[in-house]
Design a binder for this molecule. Structure first.
Ligand code: PRX
Length: 653
């Protein structure tokens, strides 16, 4: 097992529990029986969950695992994902219900009903078909949180086209590598985006990314900021010109349950991001089931708000697919949480009477920093369920969330999952579970997770090791786009004999057998809930002409969970390694990957600690980055290297 940081040790001494109130339990969607029911017959349990959806053709088999690790769920079933998320609610008489209360950063608003959503998605689907797109094609989307981003995703789903959303903060280089990897035919973007009160360009970045991109035939541009943008004749189309005049009638076609739905790129342990592939029936079943039970969502009553960006899996599953499949009324907010003031989220909660709020620990810690007096100014009494996702939540932040946002009563669901899992896997069930600050606790009914040692043997209560998923689940990834070998290697080779999925996270059981997540055990960092690989940042650094070698580690950070710390060796006497050179390197990484990957700190060193086989010992660098005493150096090829690094840093060299 890898070493733990002091923050995680604190986490493990936490022993408070918060049982659900009787009133909450009495009205909760989930009941304790679910666990036994799912254990008795998992497939029957999932079949029941799939009945939440509208199937044009019913499946003949729940699970086909004969070609493991590529699962088939609801074999032979046919459905249209967009029909499930939109049309059927209109058919059922809920066309006038608001689907999306959209809140723009500068203060503009749009309320979109399910009937309007159906029209918008149908028009976009007609428009996409008019461009010759058909089932199986790929469309890349790089957009801020505007309603058209959601229309575009659903329109793709409606015609069987795979969307691949690329986070708006990713650089042109990052966008390009994703567009090329999937050979996207169309890219959808906006002229610009509002960020912290200012309009920033977006189309210009897309233009830079697409220079010479062979697969891209058209770029569709949504007008958002109104700033002028260069238009490439023959390639670029305005969304309003293309889509607005289309018919609002579009007949959805039913696709196979295993028809691919989307690709979403995420960082792995190598420099090249992985295109995680998700399919239709199983994914939507898990999205709808988990959203209904983990958030205790009541259609037509609750107002739900997930603060994620659609560029991440949380935005896919818990803004678009799960909530809309469940006929949710939700808030979608375009901007940053402190624009124009630090109470913006609470103002929105108060205005829209948000009852379910789902966010990330990094934001909770930021709210803590801004002060209790900010949420105190608003009426948050509508809130009844609070969620957390993206990284382990430290007990202090959990308690702050409960006291200052949840009025000491709203259950907090700490939800563990990944891009690869498609939906929530480990989480308390509100109204059922006595919650514990900092622990995601239990695999959901129908899901199976274990903590195992190096050999794949389950550890006992109080023991620590690796988190594995030992049984297939409906929302599981079906592969890595174009790289089946990497799929098998990354997730299924570590515990091949047992056939377990290796999640890449360390975990521990407490004395009650509840699971505590302890962060990544591989070379993936988690910065503000965003996954970034150390190798990705290292390759960005060494692509700069002054850098000879680089090693990157994630160091504990009080706000962002982890911060990126880079150690670089400069080429010969290229530069002096002073402040300016370091600043240039930080900007270079932002340009190569995106601002989220900008190292918090870059330390110029003479040597890097390596084993005899040449592997960089990041553990030792992490000790330096976290100002700890440097650990065991006996496996280093040259054990004096760490002295050199430490003394160089002290003398400021
Ligand atoms: O390390 C775990 C952490 O985030 C990783 C997955 O990142 P990503 O695919 O970007 O998806 C994030 C949103 C689902 C995991 O391997 N993680 C996510 N949620 C939690 C968590 N760690 C601890 N507790 C959580 N609740």
């Amino acid at each position: 097992m890898t070493e733990q940081s002091p923050a995680l040790d604190n986490l493990l001494t936490e022993s408070r529990t918060f049982p659900p109130s009787e009133a909450f339990s009495a009205q909760a969607n989930a009941t304790a029986d679910f666990y036994a029911e799912a254990d008795a017959d998992r497939e029957a349990f999932w079949a029941k969950q799939a009945e939440r959806l509208h199937w044009d053709t019913k499946w003949s088999q729940v699970l086909d695992w004969t070609n493991a690790p590529v699962a088939k769920w609801f074999v032979g079933g046919k459905l249209n994902v967009a029909y499930n998320c939109v049309d059927r609610h209109v058919v059922d008489g809920h066309g006038d219900q608001v689907a999306i209360h959209w809140v723009g950063e500068p203060g503009d608003n749009r309320d979109i009903t399910y009937a309007q959503l159906k029209d918008e998605v149908s028009r976009a689907a007609n428009a996409f078909e008019s461009l010759g797109l058909s089932a199986g094609d790929r469309v890349a989307i790089q957009m801020p949180m505007v309603p058209e981003a959601i229309f575009a995703m659903l329109a793709c789903a409606r015609i069987g086209v795979l969307h691949s959303v690329v986070f708006g903060g990713f650089s042109p280089t990052a966008l390009r590598s994703r567009v090329d990897d999937q050979a996207a035919r169309i890219v959808i973007t906006t002229d610009g985006q509002y960020r912290r009160g200012k309009a920033a360009p977006m189309k210009a970045n897309v233009d830079e990314a697409l220079e010479g991109a062979e697969s891209v035939e058209k770029v569709i541009v949504v007008r958002r900021t109104g700033d002028e943008v260069p238009i490439t004749e023959g390639r670029d189309l305005w969304w309003h010109e293309l889509v607005d005049g289309q018919s609002a009638e579009h007949t959805p076609q039913a696709f196979d349950s295993e028809h691919p739905l989307f690709i979403l790129y995420t960082s792995g342990t190598t420099g090249k991001p992985k295109g995680i592939l998700h399919t239709s029936g199983g994914y939507l079943t898990q999205a709808a089931y988990t959203h209904h039970n983990v958030f205790d969502h009541k259609a037509g009553e609750d107002v739900y708000w997930c603060t994620a960006d659609i560029g991440w899996i949380t935005g896919h599953t818990y803004i678009v697919y799960g909530p809309l499949a469940n006929r949710t009324t939700q808030v979608v907010y375009e901007g940053t949480p402190n624009t124009p003031h630090e109470g913006r989220h609470w103002e929105i909660v108060q205005q829209h009477k948000v009852s379910i709020y789902y966010t990330a620990p990094t934001l909770i810690r930021t709210f803590m920093k801004w002060g209790n007096e900010i949420p105190e100014k608003y009426d948050l009494s509508s809130l009844r369920v609070l969620g957390s996702v993206g990284e382990p939540i430290n007990p202090e932040a959990w308690i702050w969330y409960r006291e200052n946002v949840g009025a000491n009563s709203a259950p907090i669901v700490d939800t563990w999952w990944q891009t690869e899992t498609g939906g929530i896997m480990i989480s308390p069930l509100p109204g059922v579970t006595s919650t514990k600050p900092g622990s995601a606790q239990k695999a959901l009914p129908g899901i199976s997770a274990k903590v195992v040692d190096d050999q794949g043997v389950e550890v006992g209560k109080g023991g620590g090791g690796y988190l594995v998923l030992d049984k297939p689940w409906p929302g599981m990834l079906r592969g890595i786009w174009g790289d089946e070998e990497r799929f098998r290697d990354t997730y299924w080779s570590r515990f091949r004999d047992q056939g377990y999925y290796f999640a890449g996270d360390g975990a521990k059981y407490d004395a009650d057998g509840d699971i505590w997540l302890l962060g990544r055990v591989d070379d993936v960092m988690n910065v503000s809930g965003h996954r970034i690989s150390t190798t990705e940042v290292e390759s960005a650094l060494v692509s700069h002409p002054t850098v000879a070698e680089a090693a990157v580690v994630g160091a504990t950070d009080p706000t962002t969970g982890q911060g990126i710390v880079a150690f670089v060796i400069l080429r010969g006497n290229a530069v002096d390694g002073g402040e300016q050179a370091v600043q240039e390197l930080r900007n270079h990484v932002a340009k190569e990957i995106g601002p989220i990957a900008k190292p918090r700190q870059i330390l110029v060193v003479q040597e890097l600690p390596k084993t005899r086989s040449g592997k960089i010992m990041r553990r030792l660098l992490r000790d330096v980055a976290e100002n700890r005493q440097v650990g065991d150096v006996t496996t280093l090829a040259d054990s004096s290297v760490m002295d050199l690094i430490s003394s160089g840093l002290k003398s400021g060299k």
